[in-house]
Design a protein around this ligand. Structure first.
Ligand SMILES: Nc1nc2c(c(=O)[nH]1)N[C@H]1C(S)=C(S)[C@@H](COP(=O)(O)O)O[C@H]1N2
Ligand SMILES: [Mo]
Length: 435
């Protein structure tokens, strides 16, 4: 296998040299690989192009994972077959920051607009004293902050039918966001007394629109133009997006063009009764994601190569603040041990945890649970179902956006052969928000 690859690479190099051209798609096809995979093999790290904009090693081929069957079955409307959404390959990542090109992306039906920042403006109006229109240049001249926050789609859910952690939790990422606190802009325009909500609107074809309580808007919401040190990329909202820390991803309006200050939530297309009427059972948690965690290593689809020393590692986060503690079980939740937190523990951000573990070759069920700074503990599937009075059939047969925040524990089972599989009891049907 290795030899074949090397032969292919030599073929590609020679072919390109003889023709004096970059390998054509036909040549790549001839070489037997997919165009994308083969293109990886001709990266010259000393080429000016590679030096101008860094390239990764050709031995690193991790990509996002395009949202499932919607794209093979073109008749399904959601999401649009030619405007793919994609998940973060969580098992391949280290640390807490999601590399921007691997950060999951969701664009519903309308695709990614190509916006010229010189022509883009943000209008702030409604129940204000001085409605204002900001150009990108004007926004960049205002006070700004850089903050690390996770961004998670409500579509994430432990899932007995998913084979990997990308399948269960790949609709999330964590970035350092840079931008103007929305409170600064609202201060500039001056709020009228009746102001109690804001409505944020996008410049995409679908005018993605979300209502956000004013208290949140004045708290920690950012109007962001930077992600991980560079401009927000087109798939994440270039040139401007809202970052609404700890809230569901859908609030984080990309390609932001208008903020209207209002006195009640607007029932836009993206709204849902659950977003607008806080559930008395959860009170202030109606918007914030609760405590959550998942083991990424080892996780579904991986294989332990040897008995002995391993490290169990994963991510923990909470929309309500910082992670206080993560515990890991290797016996399906019968006993837990406290994990180490490996690095910065920031509010509403991914926190990396690990626990050294010796695998003795026996079956093991690995799972983690997160306790957040408000002493909220991540529930098991049974605890979650009991609390909401749902059967397992309802847990997995209800679309996530109606169910709420699906933060119950996802176990992974290690077999005697070292293979890691899903540790949840099987179910026949899982209804998915993107299916
Ligand atoms: N304009 C616009 N903003 C949007 C969306 C969209 O379709 N259009 N999708 C929302 C949803 S459902 C999610 S989960 C996040 C995803 O952000 P990302 O693509 O940067 O990961 O963007 C939100 N903001
Ligand atoms: Mo989402």
């Amino acid at each position: 296998m290795k030899r074949t690859n090397r032969d292919r690479r030599r073929f590609l190099k020679q072919g390109a040299a003889v023709a004096g051209l970059v390998a054509t798609p036909q040549a790549l096809e001839l070489a037997g690989g997919s165009a994308a995979a083969a293109a990886q093999t001709v990266v010259d790290h000393n080429a000016l192009e590679s030096v101008l904009y860094g390239k990764r090693s050709r031995f690193v081929t991790t990509t996002r994972e395009v949202e499932g069957r919607s794209h093979s079955e073109q008749t399904l409307i959601r999401p649009h077959p030619h405007r793919p959404s994609a998940r973060t390959p969580l098992a391949e990542l280290t640390g807490t920051i999601t590399p921007t090109p691997l950060h999951f992306t969701t664009q519903h039906h309308y695709g990614i607009p190509d916006i010229n920042p010189d022509e883009h403006t943000l209008r702030v109006e409604g129940l204000v004293d001085r409605p204002l229109v900001f150009t990108m240049d004007e926004l960049r001249r205002l006070p700004f902050v850089s903050r690390v926050y996770f961004l998670e789609c409500v579509g994430n859910r432990p899932n007995p039918r998913a084979e990997t952690v990308t399948g269960t939790h790949g609709r999330m990422g964590c970035s350092e966001w840079t931008g103007v606190p929305l409170s600064v802009l609202l201060d500039e325009v001056g709020l009228r007394d009746a102001a109690s909500w804001i409505v944020a609107e996008a410049a995409d074809g679908g005018k993605h629109t979300k209502s956000i309580p004013l208290g949140k808007a004045l708290d920690d919401v950012l109007v962001a133009y930077g992600q991980n040190g560079e401009p927000v990329r087109p798939d994440h909202g270039y040139p401007l997006r809202l970052v609404v820390p700890g809230f569901e991803g859908i609030y984080n309006v990309k390609w932001l063009k208008r903020i209207k200050v209002v006195d009640q939530p607007y029932l836009s297309f993206q709204e849902h009764s659950r977003f607008l009427t806080p559930n008395p059972k959860t009170q202030r948690d109606a918007y914030d994601f609760g405590p959550n965690s998942v083991i990424t290593q080892p996780s579904g689809g991986q294989e332990l190569q040897a008995h002995g020393a391993h490290v169990i590692s994963g991510l923990a986060w909470s929309g309500s603040g910082a992670v206080r503690k993560v515990e890991v079980s290797t016996d399906g939740g019968a006993t837990y041990r406290e994990a180490e937190l490996a690095g910065p523990v920031l509010p509403k951000a991914h926190t990396r945890f690990y626990l050294p573990w010796r695998w003795n070759g026996e079956e093991a069920v690995l799972q983690s649970r997160c306790l957040d700074e408000r002493d909220q503990l991540q529930p098991t599937e049974a605890e979650y179902a009991r609390y909401w009075n749902l059967t397992r059939g309802q847990l997995y047969g209800t679309v996530q956006s109606q169910l709420g925040h699906c933060n119950w524990i996802q176990p992974w089972k290690v077999g005697r052969d070292g293979k890691v599989t899903n540790g949840l009891e099987p179910v026949d049907v899982v209804v998915d928000v993107h299916a």
